[in-house]
Design a protein around this ligand. Structure first.
Ligand code: IPD
Length: 276
């Protein structure tokens, strides 16, 4: 039986592909770069152009829906998840990669109803990999079903994380201390690729065993959370409690055991919530 959100899901896939074409083309062109909350928090005209395209098309099709989108939020729009059907959009996840032509960039479109994530679409523009998942229907990349790894031992784990935008000495000390703890626990490796969304998609595909970050935003997380869960993985708060999309922190893993071990190794880094 069809889900009431099938039409929305199809629209998300179409728009992620259209946006991906624009981003891939712009990747190699000259860019005008500005900064947002810090010298490492970047935005380009393409971020805004792609966000406007996605949001205006969706608004036309679904006029009663609400939107949370990265660049509109940066421009002052309220970031509030209500019970209404809500689209949660990152036009370019990996903007710093995009600026440098490092080819890990993605469009991320998540959709929540009654504050529950219903589906997620993540498009790796350069490699044309379309990751998607609908709640209860499995996770896929270009038609192939995804499954997380079953690893439970930290000393056999490959772990992804992201640095985040704060670069003050106290934050960096905590950030590097967290990596150090995982390496002291003999993790096989810790990797940073510059896109939270794509990091979570690698987790969903079983290419890494865990992912954690402090300082990401709800739009980096929404779509990929559905993909990880539908691939059999865990996405939770760094305290071990349930995920709070607005809390700017996450631990995700293929197994509950791995998620708990990673969470226990971490010192918290505080960021202002998305919904203040
Ligand atoms: C950022 C990237 C980065 C992560 C930041 C995100 P953006 O998203 O995912 O890897 O460290 O926390 O905000 O700004 O490129 O959409």
């Amino acid at each position: 039986a069809g889900s009431p959100w099938d039409e929305c899901f199809e629209a998300a896939v179409q728009l992620a592909r259209r946006a991906g074409q624009i981003i891939s083309k712009a990747l190699t062109e000259e860019k005008r770069v500005s900064t947002k909350t810090s010298a490492a928090d970047l935005v380009t005209e393409t971020d805004r152009l792609v966000e406007d395209l996605i949001v205006s098309e969706l608004r036309k099709q679904f006029p009663s829906h609400r939107f949370i989108a990265e660049e509109a939020t940066a421009a002052g729009a309220k970031c509030e998840l209500t019970t209404s059907p809500t689209w949660i959009i990152d036009p370019i996840d990996g903007t710093c990669n995009f600026v440098h032509r490092f080819p890990d960039v993605a469009v991320s479109i998540g959709f929540a109803v009654h504050r529950e994530l219903e589906f997620g679409v993540v498009h790796h523009c350069v490699e044309e990999r379309l990751y998607s998942a609908r709640r209860g229907h499995g996770a896929f990349c270009n038609g192939q079903q995804l499954w997380v790894s079953g690893e439970t031992d930290l000393s056999r784990a490959l772990i992804l994380t992201e640095i985040g935008s704060k670069r003050d000495p106290a934050t960096l000390k905590l950030l590097l201390g967290n990596m150090e703890q995982l390496l002291l626990a003999k993790a096989h490796g810790v990797r940073v690729i510059g896109s939270s969304t794509l990091a979570l998609c690698h987790l969903a595909a079983g290419a890494v065993d865990a992912y954690y970050q402090f300082g990401l935003h709800c739009w980096d997380l929404a779509a990929a959370t559905v993909i990880v869960r539908e691939a059999g993985g865990i996405v939770m708060d760094t305290t071990g409690g349930p995920l709070d999309l607005m809390s700017r922190r996450v631990v995700a893993a293929g197994t509950q055991k791995m998620a708990t071990l990673v969470a226990q190794a971490l010192q918290p880094i505080s960021y202002e919530r998305d919904d203040v």
